[in-house]
Design a protein around this ligand. Structure first.
Ligand SMILES: [Zn+2]
Ligand SMILES: [Zn+2]
Length: 312
């Protein structure tokens, strides 16, 4: 499991010397943009090539006012931009929005591995370079070997930690009507459970920092007990956590939960790249002892998969 270390001083207590989640500001900032169910749903459809307002209202099943509000917010945050195409307004991903493709591929890696669905379009992606149907494999850009949670260490980086996790964290989960979730896109339903609520995603991130007890999560997240209780129950119900009744009721990531690691890694990388001058947390890959730079590789030809390198 992941060890948090400061140079020359290994830290192995459940909560390190200071709160690691405050150093993971890149994650909380990234979640500040996409950790909202409506924004995530809209970003997903723009990724799939639905560029017009009316199409987006139809695909998402959200109200016009909510679509308008979230598109405006995503534009302000720099993820999408409004373009005039032949006299019609279209919404396209900016470079910052396109840069989310690694996060999308990390979600596909996890979802396909644990919830393969024959009719799910994103489970049948083809790699442009080899033309074959492929699964993305999260790999280390330095040594090219696949990585997972057990093969990486965190170190505090030069960036300063945030003083708070997130100031505008909603305590309620917004609901998306089931009609909004197309049967061909069951992956959306599952990723909304994980990423569409910032407290849920941060609870998972905390588990990667070896937080395991109810009190530990409460202390690491500064979260109200009723909210924490509902998130932990839901994550256990989903099979992301298992509760060890004999081990003081600890919450541990299951194998399925552990395979969400690349989602956390790519979100952090995206947050670092677009919101932080310097990383407050740095990951290293144990087998090559280099800072971990995540890349997604095609399991068929071994080639790198980037934005626009795959199709349905
Ligand atoms: Zn490596
Ligand atoms: Zn390939």
């Amino acid at each position: 499991m992941i060890q948090i270390t400061t140079p020359g001083r290994p830290v192995s207590t459940e909560l390190p010397l200071d709160n690691p989640l405050l150093h993971a500001r890149a994650i909380s900032r990234a979640l500040g943009v996409v950790g909202d169910r409506s924004s995530l749903l809209l970003t997903y459809w723009v990724f799939l090539g639905r560029f017009r307002f009316t199409e987006l209202v139809k695909c998402t099943g959200l109200s016009k006012s909510l679509v308008s509000n979230r598109l405006k917010r995503l534009a302000e945050q720099g993820v999408i931009e409004r373009r005039d195409v032949n006299g019609a307004n279209e919404f396209h991903l900016t470079d910052m929005g396109k840069d989310l493709y690694d996060v999308a591929l990390a979600i596909i890696y996890w979802d396909k591995r644990w919830h393969f669905t024959e009719g799910c379009l994103t489970h049948h992606l083809k790699h442009a370079a080899c033309g074959k149907e492929f699964s993305p494999v999260p790999s280390c850009a330095q040594c090219e070997a696949p990585y997972d949670a057990r093969a990486c260490d965190w170190h505090y980086g030069p960036g300063a930690p945030d003083s708070a996790l997130a100031s505008d964290m909603p305590s309620r989960r917004s609901r998306i009507a089931p009609s909004a979730l197309d049967a061909k896109h069951p992956i959306m339903d599952r990723s909304l459970e994980i990423l569409g609520d910032r407290w849920t995603a941060l609870t998972i991130a905390a588990a990667f920092y070896r937080v395991r007890t109810f009190g530990g999560f409460q202390q690491a997240l500064g979260i109200a007990t009723n909210i924490l209780s509902s998130r932990l129950s839901r994550l256990t119900e989903l099979g992301i956590f298992s509760r060890n009744e004999h081990g003081r009721g600890e919450y541990r990531l299951t194998e399925e939960g552990l395979s969400l690691f690349p989602v956390i890694v790519t979100l952090m990388r995206w947050g670092d790249r677009w919101f932080c001058d310097e990383p407050a947390l740095v990951l290293s890959h144990r087998s090559c002892n280099q800072p971990l730079v995540s890349m997604m590789v095609c399991d068929q030809c071994g080639g790198r998969v980037g934005f626009g390198d795959f199709y349905f």
